[in-house]
Design a protein around this ligand. Structure first.
Ligand SMILES: *Cc1c(COP(=O)(O)O)cnc(C)c1O
Length: 453
């Protein structure tokens, strides 16, 4: 019986735990390498068979072939997209979360887990300066976080128009900046709504006057305004105070996408840049990006959780029982029902190390960005394109065309010496570093700068 715990299971347990321990201890961590489907087919072959290949064999295949065929986002020279650097405690506790079969959607089934997740959410909410009534849930990522937030915003807009006796628009729209993350237009497309791009200022920031003018122009069609606190490509933070104030004055829902940038709130030195985030009706922050949690973990916070519940709670005869117990069912605050208590590894790490350790680790990465900027500025073959604000550094390799950027990136990947992929800025190819790993060193940055000669 596959559900029996046998001696063989026991041996497998030792191997799995030992393997996880080995990976957690591994230093330095290699980049890993993508393989083709054909190569993997040849190396792995058929694994899902009538009788099974056995846990030992499957583990061996994972250890020897499948795992090395995945890039390690916590490799210290993985500086593309937004990397990740989960803490030891967070990674190890992820094993425990899996072992416990917790249903994380309702209070009655997962009260202990929900309590701990709420502690972690409270810390984030306090960093944002939201009031004590604020709360939310951990969802899979910024994409679902943004979609859930915009659906909540539309719900609030409907309620506001209905209460005022004004007609609902034929088609809803959101005001967003041109630099908003790709998940925002994706969310509006799912909602069959429009994302109206508002011009940014010379610093690429969404501003209060621009949002005000757009609200005047589009009126009741606007279901909400989306500001970004840390754009993905440049790390720019919109003028949150001015935009938030306009939204507040007009009674328009204000969502702040801090999926990447929000991690910086942990460092006191960065907080002034987020001035005004406390005006948000909803905020997302991905702890799997810059707060050292494993995938997948996005905090979605609502100023008014009741408003979110009104839109997102699912109702059915078979769910009524859950509603009778406690008024905090995590499922009620986003688009999902069954959910893993994915905030637990993040909570465990916070509880283990304390928030001061988070402040220090985030500060290390902010300092790395400043130092990388200085070194790029000083290198005659490179040009700094943007003064780093958060932990993103964007620069140009003078004299290279897009094809040359590409071949350099591929050669660095092939020998496992860095993962730095080209991006685009003002339609020009650029390189972009994103620092979230406090174990990245200045010497490693120098290695990459040298390799670009
Ligand atoms: C990464 C990112 C997202 C999307 O988050 P996922 O967790 O990848 O779904 C949304 N907004 C911003 C600003 C991001 O940087």
């Amino acid at each position: 019986m596959m559900h029996d715990y046998t001696d063989d299971t026991d041996e497998l347990a030792d191997r799995i735990v030992e393997f996880a321990r080995w990976r957690t201890r591994l230093d330095p961590i290699p980049l890993g390498q993508a393989r083709t489907e054909e190569e993997l087919q040849q190396l792995v072959g058929a694994t899902v068979t009538t009788d099974g290949v056995g846990g030992h064999r499957a583990l061996e295949l994972f250890r020897d072939v499948l795992a090395p065929s995945c890039l390690s986002v916590d490799y210290t020279k993985y500086l593309s997209f937004v990397p990740a650097a989960p803490t030891e405690a967070a990674v190890l506790f992820d094993l425990v979360v899996g072992a416990f079969s917790i249903y994380g959607g309702s209070w009655i089934e997962g009260s202990g887990a929900a309590f701990a997740e709420n502690e972690a959410l409270r810390w984030l909410s306090d960093l944002c300066g939201l009031d004590r009534r604020a709360g939310g849930v951990f969802v899979s990522g910024g994409t679902i976080g943004n979609l859930s937030a915009l659906v909540g915003a539309r719900g609030a807009a409907k309620a506001r128009l209905d209460a005022a006796g004004r007609p609902r628009p034929d088609r809803w729209a959101f005001l967003v900046s041109k630099t908003a993350h790709s998940s925002i237009p994706s969310a509006t497309a799912v909602m069959d709504a429009d994302a109206i791009a508002v011009d940014t200022d010379e610093d690429r920031r969404l501003t209060g006057p621009a949002v005000e003018a757009a609200l005047d122009e589009h009126g009741d069609r606007i279901a909400g305004v989306v500001a970004t606190a840390g754009t993905t490509n440049l790390g720019v933070i919109d003028d949150l105070r001015a935009v938030g104030q306009v939204c507040h004055d007009r009674d328009v829902f204000f969502h702040v996408d801090a999926a990447y940038g929000g991690g910086a709130l942990a460092a006191p030195s960065a907080r002034p840049m987020f001035d005004g985030i406390e005006l948000a009706d909803s905020v997302i922050i991905d702890p799997h990006k810059w707060l050292f949690a494993p995938f997948d973990c996005c905090a979605l916070l609502w100023r008014d959780p009741d408003q979110a519940r009104a839109v997102h709670a699912q109702h059915a005869g078979y769910l009524e029982f859950l509603d009778a117990y406690g008024d905090w069912n995590p499922s009620d605050f986003a688009i999902h029902l069954t959910r893993r208590s994915r905030g637990l590894p993040f909570w465990f790490s916070l509880a283990t190390y304390g928030t001061e350790a988070y402040a220090e680790a985030v500060q290390v990465t902010l300092d790395l960005a400043v130092e990388a900027g200085r070194r790029i500025d000083a290198a005659e073959h490179l040009r700094l394109v943007w003064e780093p604000q958060l932990s993103v550094v964007v620069f140009e390799r003078i004299g290279w065309d897009a094809a040359r950027y590409q071949t350099w990136t591929e050669s660095m990947m092939d020998d496992g010496s860095a993962f730095v992929v080209p991006s685009r800025h003002d339609d020009q190819p650029v390189f972009r570093f994103c620092f979230v790993n406090p174990k990245t060193t200045v010497a490693q940055i120098d290695e990459i700068i040298d390799a670009l000669r």
